[in-house]
Design a protein around this ligand. Structure first.
Ligand SMILES: *Cc1c(COP(=O)(O)O)cnc(C)c1O
Length: 370
């Protein structure tokens, strides 16, 4: 059996007619940039999510940068984020001129260790950027409490947590604003780069929208200098079609995670994902941990199973952040786990038979090692 890490083709086949029609309409109307199809998606996403404003942008990375920039974050400021994430979380902090301040991960849930945030706060701290990694939300009660106490913003990186929940509140609804990516492999993915900002702050939404469109809300009326970060019509049309199925796809991911749990719970030699109480983990990724990670990954590959690592080097350990002068021992959990984490195939279209095959192979490998 061959099991790819993600399978965007079978998802396309399940909605092919609607997607093809939507693409054709955009081309026939030559609605390539802006226009009703983009406005429609923004409204649909905002409504589905339960938020006042959705500002579409070119990708998830831009959305983080634009939010911070429009909050006035820049040179001399610090923004706290987590030691294990995709580099967008920290590089966008640097792009504003501010300094990324990393906090180690929680050993159980693999997201920012909330207990370590307060000691990272200085008079220069302007914001905390929690990343709801793998589809699992951070402890937002603790983060909001800390942020309110110190009068700093919370910007949620929701690139991996579309429709995830913490105590009945969706990812992205408690911070001042949140960033989403619609990169093809994300839980809600376009057929190219795409992203958005959500916020209940109307003034901030308008600022972000203006900045993303060269600083002009009306053509040729540039009130500030901005950037060019637009969602194109084709991506908007595709996302509108896919938004209709996101509930079903999320349920299937959760069901697949439950089946992985049935098959892997109690197996010696691996640690399976722990779901934080009172949350809905939407399983963008299904990440296990095992001492001989590279050995297991190779064994699975040899048996036709693709895996990935998110991420093989914790952010502060990357060459890009050498200038900050960190040691791996400054982030002991992230530095240890970067060599142990392994993302197994996870998508709505995964069948029980496929999960049986993956988990049988994992057990086989672990038995051979005993
Ligand atoms: C994917 C991702 C981003 C960036 O999204 P792009 O659309 O690829 O720019 C940001 N943060 C995290 C945690 C991500 O996984």
């Amino acid at each position: 059996m061959n099991i790819p890490f993600v399978d965007l083709k079978s998802q396309y086949n399940s909605i092919k007619n609607d997607i093809d029609q939507a693409i054709l309409n955009v081309i026939e109307e030559t609605a390539f940039i802006g226009g009703q199809v983009v406005i429609d998606f923004e409204e649909q996403f905002a409504q589905a999510y339960g938020v006042k404003n959705c500002v579409s942008v070119a990708n998830g990375t831009d959305s983080l940068y634009i939010i911070m920039k429009m909050l006035g974050i820049g040179k001399g400021d610090e923004v706290i984020t987590v030691a294990n994430s995709w580099i967008s979380s920290s590089e966008t902090i640097s792009q504003t001129g501010a300094k990324p301040v990393f906090v180690d991960i929680d050993p159980i849930f693999y997201s920012i260790d909330e207990m370590l945030i307060e000691q990272a706060i200085t008079p220069r701290t302007k914001a905390i950027m929690p990343v709801h990694l793998y589809g699992q939300m951070c402890n937002m009660d603790m983060i909001m409490k800390m942020a309110n106490k110190h009068g700093i913003h919370v910007i949620e990186d929701c690139a991996q947590s579309h429709f995830s929940e913490y105590k009945g509140i969706r990812a992205g609804l408690r911070g001042v604003a949140a960033s989403f990516s619609f990169y093809p492999g994300k839980n809600l993915g376009a057929y190219g780069d795409a992203g958005c900002i959500i916020t209940n702050d109307d003034a901030l939404a308008e600022k972000c929208k203006m900045f993303a469109r060269h600083g002009a809300l009306k053509k040729h009326q540039h009130r500030i200098e901005g950037v060019n970060s637009r969602l194109d019509g084709l991506q908007a049309a595709i996302l509108s079609v896919k938004l209709k199925s996101i509930g079903l796809w999320t349920e299937k991911r959760i069901a697949n995670a439950a089946y992985y749990y049935d098959r892997l719970n109690g197996v010696n030699g691996i640690t399976i994902p722990a779901v934080r109480p009172e949350t809905i983990h939407t399983f963008h990724l299904y990440v296990i941990r095992t001492p001989n990670r590279d050995g297991l990954a190779k064994y699975l590959k040899d048996n036709g199973i693709e895996t990935a690592v998110h991420y093989p080097t914790a952010l502060p350990n990357l060459e890009a952040y050498k200038y900050l002068g960190h040691q791996p021992s400054d982030f002991p959990i992230a530095s240890e786990y970067q060599n142990q984490i392994l993302s197994l195939p996870m998508y709505p279209e995964l069948s029980k038979k496929m999960i049986d095959y993956v988990t049988d192979n994992i057990k086989e490998f672990l038995r051979e090692k005993e």
